[in-house]
Design a protein around this ligand. Sequence first.
Ligand code: UT7
Length: 332
Amino acid sequence: MKRSKILGVGHSLPDRIVTNEELSEVMDTNNEWIVERTGIEQRRWFTPGVDTVTSLSKKASLQALERAGIEASELDFIVFATITPDYYVPGNGVLLQRELGIPGIGALDIRNACSGFIYALSVADQFIKTGMYQRILVVGAEIQSSGLDKSDEGRSSAVIFADGAGAVVLGTSSDENSGILSTHLHADGTYAEELYCKDPGSSREDRFSQELFDSGSFFLKMNGNVVFKHAVVRFIEVINEALKANNLSKENIDLLVPHQANLRISQYIQQKLEFPDEKVFNNIMTLGNTTGATIPIALSEAWEQGRIKPGDLICLAAFGSGFTWASALLKW
Ligand code: UT7
């Protein structure tokens, strides 16, 4: 069976930098709390009228295509991970496809939040392995800031989430020993309401009523403690699952790129795995948590900084709303 491989990776961030000080002017929070509990010093938020999920993902995709050395016209398919599409319907894959000027090819949206990019990568990997497609654009992009509760009540989520986009071009590997070795996807809907956005839910008499707006049910709600406790367990579990499936051990990993949920979660994982700093990539300090976009943005930045080299064993891992969690092991 064919193996799939990342041929190019890119990312794009909104220009607007939002510091912790700026947030403390609109809600009851402070720099010390945010840095101590999350590691975040600043994040990027979009500028209305300038950035859209489509525009950010287009820039990320063009960079990934350029680095892969292929034209958009050579793509066979798009898999787009986002929970914050520009439109409620249709999904964002078709909007990106239109912007790239490649009508006709299929475009699929994935709504698995923080694990969305690894789910998307896994779907693309299956299409390439079976020979159905040769070149797939896999995107993770979000604009979270427009949907955050920026009152005191929403502060624990508002200080974390941010905006940005990342993309990879997945193609057929010419070398049997390099590319995606395996992906591992999990979910447990028991915890769906621990991190969710209830409305506009369809099972409502009037899903856009003023009453619902006023109740705050359009905002993302997170039970941070519960999410944190499950995350640290599942991250380790799913990383070990990937290693076991490939008869590898943690010492074989050159770089772990965890979903950027909270720096404390990444540090906990690092400590459990007994990894030195150079084996874990974090950028949440400057970019915040961009949900489905954190992993492709981190991959792109790590690649730019020379922290990913040909032949390296890279482990991707994520946990988030659903709960869902996932990992991917790849030889670069
Ligand atoms: O990517 C998707 C998955 N998401 C995650 O993985 C997030 C996981 N969870 C977390 O990262 C953390 O739980 C948070 C950063 C969200 C919260 O940190 P925490 O250490 O769990 O804080 P907490 O919710 O237990 O709150 C501790 C205190 C509370 O005050 P009291 O009751 O002790 O007086 C909160 O009201 O901190 C207060 N607090 C804040 N204070 C200042 C909560 N948010 C803030 C804030 N600024 N932004």
